[in-house]
Write a protein that binds this ligand. Structure first.
Ligand code: NZQ
Ligand code: ZN
Length: 385
């Protein structure tokens, strides 16, 4: 196990009616609150009315920052920062999925900075140190974005979808009831994203059995089981409770303790997103099996463990190579079973997309069992068409 320090700044309020804790949290916040949300799902399902009521009862002056799109753009985060400054915002309440939650991390940092945050992080290699405090209300699970300070932002000018480091949320409200109106397509792609985070963490080093990986195996089994349960009964709030917490678990640092993580699939998918604005979980579903085939035989040891411990494949009489193949086959069968795409064509990603530019701009990760070249990443992308 690698040396580590573990400490976590995000307080989680989990469960139905978790929002009642919001009133208590708001007593610590200043008077001017930014209520940030996406395209309006919270207005249709009653979450907006409930939260605005709590904010008004707490005597807050509310400024709304709306229209945060999926795959939030850098321009949108800048728009939020200008608004936050203009309205002298003391506290940001982000309500939504990963996109709203990420965008607000950058709003919170940029509003306190004179310098452009992209330049600060990517040219000066510095990170922001001052932030507007924030709380998150999760209405769509999957990314676990509420648990970390990384914000995945699309810089349309630079054609990059990259991580910027912003603020941690001081609290996150995880109420499974708020997720009941998520479109099933988003439920499944979000939950697959959580599975991907777990796999990408698992695939890093060290490669021998360790506690983080054993907790990770249980998390993966849980996600797989509860995706199936949710598909069988979309009203199964118990299954959604498990999925919302599993998403948080995959990103709250516990699975990463003592590990260098992989995340090569994510880096590739993010650049695919920069060029196509595709759905994150769907992009991962197409890329994972193809990338994993390219990671053989280097990653066979961990693939074999996943085959036996997560996918229930009997290892008796099988080599690591057999098990690795069986793992990837099981993953593909599962992706098909839950209705996720297995080709770019199914995602309406044109075969004419500039895949070379995507491969050339993808971050090559240090934790991946196989050190990919850009040429191999291009092969992966072309095989996904
Ligand atoms: O915008 P509204 O109208 O709210 O609709 C949203 C959106 O269309 C809808 N939705 C959310 N809650 C709902 C609901 N619809 C009905 N009922 C509800 N309760 O869901 C749609 C998708 O939301 P979005 O936030 O875009 O999805 P997701 O949570 O998958 O976030 C994706 C973004 O997060 C990034 C992705 O790259 C992508 O940009 N990620 C962030 C990570 C992080 N910070 O840790 C890690 C991930 O790997 C990922 O990269
Ligand atoms: Zn992800």
């Amino acid at each position: 196990m690698n040396p580590f320090t573990y400490s976590y700044p995000v307080k989680v309020y989990f469960g139905e009616m978790a929002a009642k804790n919001l009133a208590a949290e708001l007593t610590n916040a200043g008077p001017n609150v930014m209520l940030a949300y996406g395209g309006g799902s919270i207005k249709k399902n009653g979450v907006y009315d409930e939260l605005i009521g709590i904010l008004k009862d707490a005597g807050k002056t509310v400024t709304e920052f709306t229209g945060i799109m999926s795959n939030p753009t850098y321009a949108k985060a800048q728009e939020g920062a200008v608004l936050a400054r203009e309205k002298n915002i003391d506290f940001i309440l982000a309500v939504g999925g990963g996109s709203v939650i990420d965008c607000c991390k950058i709003v919170s940092a940029q509003a306190k900075l004179d310098k452009d945050i992209w330049e600060l992080e990517y040219t000066d290699h510095k990170q922001p140190t001052e932030f507007i405090p924030m709380g998150a209300v999760v209405t769509a699970f999957g990314t676990g974005a509420e648990m970390n300070n990384g914000a995945v932002i699309t810089n349309e000018e630079k054609m990059l979808k990259s991580a910027l480091w912003g603020a941690f949320y001081s609290f996150a409200i995880l109420d499974p009831a708020y997720t009941m109106t998520m479109p099933m397509k988003q439920v499944i792609s979000g939950a697959f994203d959580s599975l991907s985070h777990s796999m990408e963490t698992y695939m890093g080093s060290p490669r021998e059995v360790n506690l983080s990986d054993e907790i990770n195996e249980a998390t993966q089994r849980n996600i797989i089981r509860n995706i199936r349960a949710t598909l069988k009964d979309p009203q199964d709030i118990q299954a959604r409770s498990e999925l919302i917490w599993a998403a948080a678990m995959a990103e709250n640092g516990i699975l990463k303790i003592g590990k260098a993580t992989d995340f090569q699939c994510h880096m590739l998918e993010h650049q695919l997103g920069a060029y196509t604005d595709c759905n994150h979980g769907q992009g991962l579903a197409v890329l994972h099996p193809v990338l994993y085939k390219h990671m053989m035989p280097e990653a066979n040891h961990q693939f074999a463990r996943l085959a036996a411990e997560v996918w229930g494949i009997n290892p008796v009489g099988k080599t690591e190579a057999d098990l690795a193949e069986a793992f990837v086959d099981a993953l593909i069968a599962f992706i098909r079973e839950i209705g996720l795409p297995t080709t770019f064509a199914e995602m309406n990603i044109s075969a004419d997309t500039d895949f070379k530019a995507i491969a050339d701009s993808t971050v090559l990760t240090g934790g991946c069992a196989k050190k990919f070249t850009r040429k191999e990443l291009l092969e992966v992308l072309l095989e996904c068409r």
